[in-house]
Design a binder for this molecule. Sequence first.
Ligand SMILES: NC(=O)c1ccc[n+]([C@@H]2O[C@H](COP(=O)([O-])OP(=O)(O)OC[C@H]3O[C@@H](n4cnc5c(N)ncnc54)[C@H](OP(=O)(O)O)[C@@H]3O)[C@@H](O)[C@H]2O)c1
Length: 222
Amino acid sequence: MTTVAILGAGRGLGAAVARRFGRAGFAVGLVSRHQGHLDALAAELGQDDVQAQGFTADVRVPATIATALQQVSEALGPIEVLQYSPLPEQAFMRPVLETTAADLRGAVDFSIHGSVAAVEQVLPGMRSLGGGATPSILFVNGDAAVRPDRTRTGTSVAFAGQAAYAELLHEVLGEEGIYVGQLIIGGQIIEGDPEKDPDALAERLWELHTGRDTFRIQVGVD
Ligand SMILES: NC(=O)c1ccc[n+]([C@@H]2O[C@H](COP(=O)([O-])OP(=O)(O)OC[C@H]3O[C@@H](n4cnc5c(N)ncnc54)[C@H](OP(=O)(O)O)[C@@H]3O)[C@@H](O)[C@H]2O)c1
C-alpha cells in the first residue's frame, strides 16, 4: 500500500483529501497539533474503509515535522504523496501598516520554514520509491499567495514565498519524476458549493497528482 501524508489535516479539506486518496488505495497519515482530533478523524475515516492514523506536529517547529513524517512512513509505508495544507492563524492576517517584523516571523515559520522542513524529510524516500510510483508534493493556499491582500499581510507575504519555493521545486524535481503542484482557493471553502466544497477541491488535488503537468490550479479566483 502507498501513503499520503497530510500536514495540517482537519475535518475540512484534510478529511476530504484523505477520503479521495483513500478511495484510490492510499493509507493516510494525518498530521496536526492535536492527537485527540486526529484520532477521532482517523476513526471516522476507518468507518469509510480508509486506513488512517494520526501523528502530532506543529509546522512552526521543524523538528516535529521531521519526526511526524518519519513516524508516518514507519507506521504506514513510504510516503508517495505529501500535502502541505495547515490552516493559517488569524494572527497572520493583519493590515500591512500594523504588521511588525515580529508579526511576520510566525507566518514565515508556518508557510516557508515548515514547507522546506517537510520537503527535506520526504524527498529521500520519494527518490527511492520503486518503478511505477508517482511521487507528488502538493501545496494548498488561499489567493493571497498570488494576489497580496493589504488586510492579510502575514499570509500574503509568506504564501507568496511558499509559492515561489513550490514553483522552483516544480521545475527542478519534475526532471526526476517528482511532481510538485499548488492549489489556490479564492475566498472561503464552502460546503455544498460545486467548486469550493472540500470534496470538489480534493478532486482537484487528485487531478494535480494524476495529471502531473500543470503547476497551479486556481479555484474561485476572479
Ligand atoms: N478554510 C478556508 O476557507 C480556506 C480558504 C482558502 C484556503 N484554505 C486552505 O485550505 C487548507 C486548509 O483547509 P481547511 O480549512 O479545510 O482545514 P482542515 O483540513 O479542516 O484543517 C487544517 C488543520 O490544520 C491544522 N493546523 C493549524 N495550525 C497548525 C500547525 N501550526 N501545525 C500543524 N497543524 C496545524 C489544524 O489542526 P490542529 O489544530 O490539530 O493543529 C487544522 O485542523 C490550507 O492550506 C488553507 O490555506 C482554506
